[in-house]
Structures are given as C-alpha cells and as structure tokens.
Design a protein around this ligand. Sequence first.
Ligand code: ADP
Length: 237
Amino acid sequence: MIACENVSFAYDGVVVLSDLSFNINKGDYVCVVGENGSGKSTLIKGILGLKSPIKGSIAFEGMDKRDIGYLPQSAQMSSDFPSSVNEAVLSGRLNSMGKRAFFDKKDKQEAKKAMELMDIYDIRGKSFGELSGGQRQRVLLARALCSAKKLLVLDEPAAALDPKASYEMYQLVKRINDEMGITILMVSHDCRSAIEFASHILHLGRTRYFYGLKEDYIESDIGKNYLCIWGCEHHVH
Ligand code: ADP
C-alpha cells in the first residue's frame, strides 16, 4: 500500500532522517518506535503529505490520501469540539461528503458502526467536554475511523492516558485492524503494546533503522537493546 524508497527529510538543511526504505502492505499493523527526536513525527508528516522528502519517494498503491484517517497526539486535542459524541464522530465523515451540505444515511451508518466498535454508542448523546480522557480518545478514534477507509495513522494515541485506558486504547486499535482490515501505522512510546499488538516494527535509531516483522525485531541487536532499556525483556517470547 505504501512504498517508501530511500527517503530523507530535513529541516533548514539539517537532515533528520536519511535513506529510509520500507513497504507497508494491506492489513499490516506497523508500530514506529525510537527515542525522542529520532524523526517519528516527521515521518508521519511525510506520509500524510504535510512534509516533502528532500530525497527519495513515498508512493501509495491501491489507495490515496482520502483513504487515510488520522488521530493526532492527544495533547493537541482540546474540548472545543462539536458538542455531542455523535456529532464529533460524524464530523469524521466531512471529507467523504464532497459537495453535499448534509450528512446522509451512509454517513450516519458509518458513524454508528464506528461508535459501536469503540463501545461509545451508549454515550452518543453526551457532550464531549464531560467525558473522561479514555472516553475522549475513543471518540477521536471513532472519528478517525469514520474517515479511514484503508489506513489509520496514529501519533501516540495513549500519551495522556493512565495505564489501563492506554491498554484499552491499543486493544481497540487492534480490533480495528482485525475486524475492519484497516492497516495501522502508529507511533508509540509503549514498547509493551508495540510488541504485543504490532505485526511489524519500524525502529528509527540515531545511526541505524530497523524495519521488519516483530518476531525478527525481538531477535535483532537494535531490538534487544531498545527493549532492554525499556525493561520489556519479560514480554519477549
Ligand atoms: P520524534 O517524533 O521521534 O520525537 P521529530 O520528528 O519530532 O522526532 O523530530 C526529529 C528531529 O527534527 C528533531 O531533532 C527535531 O528537533 C527536528 N524538528 C522537528 N520538527 C522541526 C521543525 N518544525 N523545525 C526544525 N526542526 C524540527
């Protein structure tokens, strides 16, 4: 679905990612890991078309930008959102409406499906402002899901959540991957969840990169080192 070939990114002439190549296939669940400043968000911007590479190419196959749903970092989200849960989720359909001014039956069905999958259909009448952090993230995830036909991109979806709510968040992302066949590209600082749920790992290191199956990552030097630093050895099977 996505072919990244020898891609490099820079800010004001300073290269932050160089010569990165990887392919994402339909149904993959890719977790992007690496230290702060290693270029994870830059790569996400590149895939969303918000930043152009200085070298190399990013090509989509069998999809285009309109098929991508995006959930930004939770810290960037505020409560000044459309009033109800239902409206917030439905607003994810805006990019599929074309010139229509009102939501139609299909928009409403898609919103309902997303709310059911995220277990928030019962609270659809509540206002966004009165929800807990975990519930808000579910709403935003359902909203992103409404606009994602093929690929869901998430930048640290559980950053502001407590451990229980983050674990639920990662489980929900896995459910989207399994039940809807939507490909996942997720930045995560939580290596346990990366190891538990992802099919592939993209590790952006300062001097080298790793891209491949999770099972191979666990056995690689770069993977062993990283997982050891984060104290996740006991999760490695
Ligand atoms: P990560 O998401 O892994 O923390 P980023 O992609 O945010 O990494 O950043 C990679 C590098 O690019 C860092 O050194 C950061 O300081 C630099 N950088 C990110 N955004 C900008 C920007 N808008 N202008 C200049 N440098 C930036």
